[in-house]
Design a protein. Sequence first.
Length: 665
Amino acid sequence: MQTRRMASTSIISPSGNRIIAPTSTDPRPPTRAAEPGIVPGARIAIERLYPALDGGRYPVKRVVGDRLEVWADIFRDGHDVLRAVLLYQPEGGSRWHSAPMRLFDNDRWTGAIPLTENRRYRYTIEAWTDPFASWRDRMLRKRAAGQDIAPDLGEGRALIAAASAGIGRALAPPDADAETLLAEALAETMTEAGPREDVTRIEPAFEVTVDRRAARFAAWYEMFPRSQGTAPNRSATLQDCIARLDDIAGMGFDTIYLPPIHPIGRKNRKGRNNSLSAEPDEPGSPYAIGSADGGHDAVDPALGSLDDFRDFVAACASRGMEVALDLAVQCAPDHPWIAQHPDWFEFRGDGSIRYAENPPKQYQDIVNVNFRAPSSPALWKTIRDVVKFWIAQGVRVFRVDNPHTKPLPFWEWLIRDIQRERADILFLSEAFTRPKVMRNLAKLGFTQSYTYFTWRNEKQELIEYFTELTHEEAREYLRPHLFANTPDILPRFLQEGGPPAFRIRAVLAATLAGLFGIYSGFELCENRALPNSEEYADSEKYQYKVWDWDRPGNIKPLIAALNRIRRAHAAFEDWLNLEFFPCDNDRVLFYGRGGAAFIAVSLDPFAAQETVLDLPLHALGIAESDDLRIVNLLTGGAVHWVGARQRIRLDPETPALIFTVARTR
C-alpha cells in the first residue's frame, strides 16, 4: 500500500519519540520544525510503543523467520475512527512497506512485521483519521436509533467521489442510496482508497536487528587446539584437531570455539598453574598474544599455518559445524604493535610498559591497549581490520574476551561497522561483570551474552534469574548463552558433586535456553581444581595436555542425547517460551518449553529426590480425567499417567526426566 503523507511539523511524545503531525493538506513530504513545541494540528497521539529500547536508542533483536509484534497506544480527541499501520523497510531499502494494525483494547493497537532477511530493519507507526469510516460510523448509529440520515448522505457521496477521482475509477454511482453507501464492501475499499486526515508518524524510526538462526540456537564446544594431540610435551596442530571433529560432532555440537590461536609472547611468559616463570618447553597462555612470529592476524607456528586454519574451517563446515574464534584485545609485551605503535600503550614513570592487572590478580604476560591515547581512532580501525581478516578466512562467529574492560562506544561502532557489510557475523560477549554493564553490551550490539547461570545452583535463584531474563525488558535484546564451565571457571558445584553434578548442569544448560556451551573436559567430568579456587589444576591455559576422550565415567552419551532432543523439538529454539511449574520439593526444578516439552531436574548430586509434579493440563487443553501418554525423550520409553499430579523419583545417576505429554487416542 502506498502511504499518502501531509506536510507537518514535529512534537515530542510523552514516550520521548518524535511524532510527525500534520498541519495542512500540502502533499509535499513532512519537514521537521526548528524547535519542538505544541502544534495545534496534532490531533493523534502515539504512545508507549513496544518494543522500543531506551526510546529507540538501541535496536531490539530477532532472527530470520520471526514476526516482530509491535504494540502502541493510539488515540485522538473525539469519536472519529482511527486507522494505523506499521511501516517497515530493510536497511538500505528505498521504500516503506506496510502491515495493518488493529485495535486490541482500550486504545491499545497491535500489528506484526514479517522478518525475512538477515539484516537490520527500520520500523515505525503511521496513524490517521479515516473520514469515510467516521461518517459511516455516525450514520449506522443514527439509523440504529431511528434517526433520519438522508440529509447526511451527500457528505458520504462527496468522500467517495474524491476517492474515485484519486484512483481513476468510480467506486459508487453519484446518486448511490444509503444501502450502497453503507455497505461493508464499499467500506473496506474506502479504507484503502479514501482520504486521510491528521496523518501522524513516529520519527525517527526504530530498529530491529534480524540475525541468522545460530544467534538464538546453538551448541558450542570449546577446545584448546594444542591439547588435541597425543604427545605430552608438544603442541598438537590444527591438522590434529581435524581428527577430533567427528567425536565432537557425534556429541551434537554445531559450533567449535577456539581460544586465541595466535603467536604467544615470550616475555614474562607464564608457566604451569600460572607460575611467574615458564620452563623453556612450556607454551604460555594463548591470551598473551603476539611475538616475533606475528600478532592478531597470524597463526601460532606450533599450530600450523593460515592454510591449515582454513582447512580446519572447511573440515568443520563439512560436518555441519562452524568455527567461533576468540577476539582478545590485548597483547603480550613483545607483540609487534608495541614497537610499531608505542602510543597505543601505557608506560610507567620508569619507562617500563604497564602490564594488565585487576588487583589482587596480576597478568604480567599481558599488556592492555590504551583506548585513551590520542591515536585511538587508528587503534579502533586496526582491531576492526583484524576482525575482517578472520572473516575472510571463513570465521562468522567471534567470542569477545572481557569486552566490559574496553570502551562501550568502541564495541557499538565495531559491531555496527562489521554487520553493515556482513549481517551474518555474530558476536558473543564474555562479560561476567555488573548486570547493567552486561545488559548495555547486549543493547549496543552483542548478539549473545554470557550470564550468571554458571553460579546459579539453587531452585529459587534459578527461577528468579530466568524469569528476569525471559519476562522483563532484557528479553528483547539479551540472548543468554549458558556455559556450564569455562577455562577460567570450574564451579564449586562441579568440584564437589562429581559426575552427577556434571549431569545436572548439562541438562540445565541444554534445556533452559537456546544457547549453551561446554569447555572440553566437561564431558569427562574433569573437576580437579587448585586449592580454594575455581581454577583448574594443571590448566591447559598454561601447558600442553593429552586427554583420553573416552575415559571411563564420561557423560558423552548424555550430551549427545540432549543435543538430539534439542534439534528434534522446535520448542527448544525459542528460549522465551520457558515456563516454570510447581513441584513440592525444593531440590527439584520443574519447567517446560512452550508446552511441547517438560523437564524435571534434581538439583542434588548426592541423594535421590522424590517430588510431585503439577502438570499444566488445563493450559494444554487436556482434561484431568484424560489418559496421558508420557514419552521419556532421554530413553524413548513411554508410560501412561492420569491426572495433573504425578510423583517421580530422580537420583544422581538419572537426575532428569525430559518428556512430552499427549492424550492417548
